[in-house]
Design a binder for this molecule. Structure first.
Ligand SMILES: Cc1cc2nc3c(=O)[nH]c(=O)nc-3n(C[C@H](O)[C@H](O)[C@H](O)COP(=O)(O)OP(=O)(O)OC[C@H]3O[C@@H](n4cnc5c(N)ncnc54)[C@H](O)[C@@H]3O)c2cc1C
Length: 465
């Protein structure tokens, strides 16, 4: 470890060590380096201690102890989206609160604040029910919901935040409170789309499940040389595609890593990707638009059980250092397509980005009224996600510079709103206003001022400074 760490005051240390409802890992402990890591290795926490509660009582004890010691608390489930690192703070690792209960009659799941989506899949699928997870079951349920949650059932059922019914939260003053349409609706509004890490510790969430057991899903791979053609054809196609299909077009540079399947390793493609819920005949009729046009190099679209949904995007599960951005689009002009292709698959140079993906997000009912998540989508029909691997700070800076340039070049197609879930680090921390707009920020700031005036939770989204 390269940094000298400050220590917890001894009275604080003793109090936390005595609590039976948590495990404490401090500098010098053999597992400290592992405990303080985030999944996204571009960000490194140097906390005073890592506290790992095993129950809600443990969470309350961490928050109370931190408050009395004048320390801030950084909340982490997996570290897929670190915001401000936990330096000089207590890192509250919520991952042990991972119980999942399924109400098969009401089609609901009640999930602990640190569970990953895979645990929900495992519990719900045997009952013929599916959650609105995103591209990977490896991210935290709550972290994903708090940023909105755009997955492969988006056009059919909405964002994951749209279908939350209730949160349980430990507040900065150590109370256990509920947020629902009946109980503190302002907090409920804020948590559904702009709640990550700054309002309190979510210890439980209840949300709806859907009767989906099978998808027609996957990828059609076209050569990178056809990228412009494929993107234009996709753009012209999606306005007429029913809500049973959520699709995207991806410009992909597969890295030359062993973990990448040999048939695509080290190569670039233009990919039509998606998932359809409903009759196979309808899905095949929709896909004929592509298959009858030009046969793809690889056709990996077909029927699959819902439990294999991770195969659609094939996201990495091993920790990586990365930078990502999410931008809502009102359209996809020829000019924007040219810019995306030139930036993602540059002629004659190594690519900066692993991929850029434009997802079709237009819906007849755009979001549950009364959630922040609905607000961020205002005026958008699509979303652009950019992802780069950034092993060094210099790589991060270079990617940020290319992204800034690209954003200027495609400004006419941007709604101006960011998608918080696809941001990390400083852009995520300071990006709240750009994500939700100035009026909603005021509203969010008054929730923050009421619940956490002392900035106990000062490592998530930044709404008051
Ligand atoms: C490979 C990959 C694929 C992804 N795919 C999608 C996708 O398809 N759709 C989509 O919408 N997003 C997607 N995301 C984004 C992902 O949803 C966000 O990164 C999300 O915030 C991750 O949550 P986490 O808990 O796993 O990460 P963490 O870094 O642990 O948490 C993220 C944020 O949420 C806060 N938080 C976590 N748990 C709690 C809690 N219990 N109480 C209070 N605050 C909490 C943390 O403080 C932090 O600010 C993807 C990200 C990655 C890396």
């Amino acid at each position: 470890m390269s940094t000298t760490l400050a220590a917890l005051p001894s009275v604080t240390l003793e109090r936390l060590r005595r609590c039976p409802a948590l495990e404490l890992v401090t500098p010098g402990d053999p597992d400290f380096d592992e405990a303080r890591m985030a999944w996204n290795r571009a960000h490194e926490h140097y906390p005073l201690a890592v506290a790992i509660p095993t129950s809600v009582e443990g969470v309350v004890e961490v928050v109370d102890t931190a408050r009395e010691a004048g320390l801030s608390v950084a909340i982490q489930a997996t570290g897929h989206a670190p915001t401000r690192t936990a330096d000089g703070a207590i890192l509250l690792d919520i991952s042990r609160l991972r119980d999942v209960r399924i109400d098969t009659a009401a089609w609901r799941a009640t999930v602990g604040g640190g569970a990953k989506w895979q645990a929900v899949l495992d519990a719900a699928l045997p009952h013929g029910l599916a959650p609105l997870l995103g591209s990977t079951p490896d991210v935290g349920v709550v972290g994903y919901l708090l940023g909105g949650g755009v997955g492969w059932l988006l056009r059919r059922y909405g964002t994951a935040a749209d279908v939350v019914r209730r949160f349980e939260l430990v507040t900065a003053d150590g109370r256990i409170v509920e947020a629902s349409p009946e109980e503190d609706p302002e907090l409920f509004w804020a948590l559904r789309g702009a709640g990550a890490g700054h309002l309190g510790v979510v210890t439980e969430v209840e949300f709806e499940l859907f009767p989906v057991t099978e998808l027609y899903a996957g990828n059609l791979f076209y050569p990178a040389s056809m990228a412009v053609e494929v993107m234009r054809r996709w753009r012209d196609w999606v306005p007429d595609v029913p809500e049973s299909l959520t699709s995207s077009v991806v410009l992909m540079n597969y890295p030359p890593f062993e973990q990448v399947p040999a048939e695509v390793r080290g190569q670039s493609f233009a990919i039509v990707r998606g998932a359809h819920v409903g009759a196979t005949e309808e899905a095949e009729r929709l896909l004929a638009y592509w298959r009858e046009w030009r046969p793809p190099l690889l056709d990996r679209f077909g029927t699959m059980p819902f439990g294999r949904i991770a195969e659609v995007s094939q996201d990495p599960t091993d920790p990586l250092p990365g930078v990502s951005t999410g931008l809502w689009l009102r359209g996809l002009s020829d000019g924007t397509i040219d810019q995306l292709v030139a930036t993602t698959i540059p002629a004659g140079g190594p690519p900066r980005f692993i991929f850029s993906e434009v997802k079709h997000t237009a819906r007849e009912r755009p979001g549950a009224p009364g959630s922040v998540s609905a607000l961020t989508q205002a005026g958008a029909t699509m979303m652009l996600e950019l992802v780069a691997l950034t092993p060094t700070p210099a790589d991060q800076a270079a990617v940020h510079a290319v992204t800034a340039h690209l954003r200027q070049a495609i400004a006419a197609d941007l709604t101006g709103r960011l998608y918080l879930n696809f941001l990390e680090g400083e852009e995520r921390r300071s990006g709240v206003e750009a994500a939700i707009g100035p009026e909603a920020l005021q509203r969010l700031a008054s929730v923050k001022a009421r619940l956490d005036p002392g900035h106990r939770f000062d490592h998530g989204l930044d709404v008051l400074r």
